[in-house]
Ligand binder design. Structure first.
Ligand code: ADP
Ligand code: MG
Length: 242
């Protein structure tokens, strides 16, 4: 059994905008062990979302390689990769229609037949009776649960979470955290969780990375990260928050 769920080797990525080339990731090296909950922290614009996008090949690196369960991403069959590596965003994008339509979206794409779709709703704490409800009538927290349920339909072994609680009220934030922890516990899912909330990282993570200006400046267990950071940029970051 491959023990690293994700491995990044010397990843670099640039974007060009308005005729200028901006290097947004610079030689990132990092490994995420199977079953870890990694919090990816860093100032806005530091490259966190770009890192997640490379793990399911929404973006390819310019240089370096990304390995998922020991196999380089570009060697994966893309639908298979995206079944294994689920992603959820702050915005929880939905198609117009019912909860069921949205829940079945990845199953339709991958031409799977899902029996008992309500089990996925129940997994995220939504009642079966909600299947026929219009998604427009859901609260923010319910939409985020549905987005997670939709990702879980594929039974991913790795979950990429990009600021999924940023738009939620504090009690929904806690509920989503509990939900992710219960999924992690039940399935030993590896989780890469981008958050700007340091308290959230303290509550849910096992490991932390700090990204500053496209560089991975600190990586360690949560305890090491918060109690004995090595890099000055981490000390500054922890002292002043975001
Ligand atoms: P973070 O998630 O840490 O806020 P991002 O990874 O989204 O940061 O972005 C890092 C940098 O790359 C930012 O300066 C952003 O403007 C730029 N960027 C991200 N995606 C694109 C893109 N598709 N085209 C051009 N620039 C981009
Ligand atoms: Mg981002």
């Amino acid at each position: 059994m491959e023990s690293n769920a994700v491995e990044l080797r010397r990843i670099s990525k640039s974007f060009s905008a308005n005729g200028k080339v901006e290097k947004v990731l610079n030689q990132i090296n990092g490994t995420v062990q199977t079953g870890a909950i990694l919090n990816i922290l860093g100032p806005s614009g530091s490259g966190k979302s770009t890192i997640l996008s490379m793990c399911n090949l929404l973006l390819a690196p310019d240089e370096g390689e990304v390995y998922i369960h020991g196999k380089e991403v570009r060697k994966w069959n893309i639908p298979e990769l995206r079944q294994k590596v689920g992603i959820a965003f702050q915005s929880a994008p939905m198609i117009p229609g019912t909860v069921l339509d949205n829940l079945m979206l990845p199953a339709n794409i991958h031409q799977m037949t899902i029996h008992h779709p309500e089990q996925y709703l129940n997994k995220v704490g939504l009642p079966t009776s909600m299947l026929q409800k219009n998604v427009q009538d859901l609260s923010g927290g319910q939409k985020q649960r549905l987005a997670l349920a939709r990702t879980l339909v594929n039974r991913p072994s790795i979950l990429l979470l990009d600021e999924i609680t940023s738009a939620l009220d504090p009690s929904s934030v806690r509920e989503i955290e509990e939900l992710i922890l219960s999924i992690h516990k039940a399935e030993n899912t590896t989780i890469l969780w981008v958050t700007h909330d340091l308290e959230q990282a303290r509550r849910v993570g096992t490991e932390c990375w700090l990204i500053v200006n496209g560089e991975l400046v600190e990586q360690g267990t949560k305890d090491e990260f918060f109690s004995s950071p090595k890099d000055d940029r981490t000390k500054q970051f922890l002292a002043k928050g975001m």
